[in-house]
Design a protein around this ligand. Structure first.
Ligand SMILES: *[C@@H]1O[C@H](CO)[C@@H](O)[C@H](O)[C@H]1NC(C)=O
Length: 319
């Protein structure tokens, strides 16, 4: 905050410092325990929310606004993937394929490229009904040009793609069967100036496929607060094809640092990210994410579930 006085008497020349972002919509019930949320509404109207930690915690609610209730872990025994991190599963992504639900998840540890994207299956999404199917075969080890975490499945007219990755050469995508890798991985987004991009979500609206991702420092803000502007935020690129090439609002390639900011710290919201985008039957296109409420605290365990309706009328997502 700049203190204006004396010299800068002509304040009328300065634009008002008004946030352009909407505050998160209401959330009641359990709105914490929502790191890297992934949401899907079942045909009976029950919303399911999956999140990082607690062996993929499941919460349900009658609406996005809640009240959210904890139901248990999707994989109480952890993952069968034989890698460090298989009891601390990250970044779930829920998808319905035919009459089955698939939950994609990451096995990794901080700072390690020894990672894999696993998959579990259920016919209902309820706690106690998930079967771990192990690895999708989308996996990485030191030396490969990507890190196999943060998968997001997109169904493009029966062609399935998993968009995934972070920190090692950005975000990649690979064709899927849809349960397993079915082709080579290639890069869709990379920022040579700040390689901390991750958590992709691909969402189709109108004529475009939008690639949303999180950029910046995700976690541990209570221990180690990044410089202002280096904390998590949500960015987007778009393409007329599900597989790219993706560009930002200025036409800059998202493989060379492009990306248009969709949501960043504002008001009492800090470090929003880990987002997903959902075509909600009730609210239309919705961006959901986790964030720090600066009025509560900066620890990862204090992060809250946020969501906003997306306005695509300009051709770019606005919340
Ligand atoms: C969406 O944004 C446009 C401006 O781009 C505005 O005119 C319109 O009212 C907005 N729609 C809603 C539902 O807020």
């Amino acid at each position: 905050m700049v203190k204006l006085s004396g010299l800068f008497g002509a304040v009328a020349l300065l634009p008002a410092l008004v946030s352009t972002y909407a505050l998160p919509e209401a959330c009641s019930g359990v709105c914490t325990n929502s790191h890297d949320p992934s949401i899907l509404r079942r045909s009976d109207g029950t919303y399911f929310r999956f999140s990082t930690g607690g062996r993929l915690a499941i919460h349900t609610a009658p609406s996005l606004a809640g009240p959210w209730t904890y139901k248990g872990a999707a994989l109480p025994g952890g993952s069968s993937i034989n890698l460090p991190g298989n009891q601390d599963l990250w970044a779930p992504d829920i998808a319905q394929v035919g009459n089955q639900y698939y939950l994609y998840y990451s096995v990794s540890t901080f700072g390690s490229q020894s990672s894999a994207i696993g998959i579990a299956r259920s016919a209902s999404m309820d706690a106690g009904t998930w079967t771990d199917l192990g690895s999708t075969n989308v996996a990485s080890s030191p030396g490969l040009p990507y890190n196999a975490i943060d998968g997001n499945l997109v169904n493009d007219n029966g062609n399935y793609f998993l968009t995934f990755g972070s920190f090692w050469n950005g975000i990649h995508r690979v064709r899927m069967t849809p349960t397993h890798q079915n082709g080579e991985a290639y890069q869709v987004a990379f920022d040579p100036g700040n390689t901390a991009i991750e958590g992709p979500t691909v969402f189709k609206n109108g004529a475009f496929y939008y690639l949303f991702f999180s950029k910046g420092s995700c976690c541990g803000y209570d221990q180690n607060r990044p410089a202002a502007g280096k904390e998590y935020k949500v960015m987007a690129c778009r393409s007329s094809s599900a597989v790219g090439p993706f560009v930002d609002r200025n036409g800059k390639s998202c493989r060379s640092g492009g990306g248009t900011t969709v949501l960043e710290s504002h008001n009492w919201v800090y470090g929003p990210g880990g987002q997903g985008v959902y075509q909600d039957p009730t609210n239309g296109p919705v961006l959901y994410y986790h964030y720090v409420d600066t009025r509560i605290g900066f620890a990862d365990g204090q992060k809250k579930f946020g969501w906003n309706k997306i306005n695509f009328s300009s051709g770019w997502p606005v919340v």
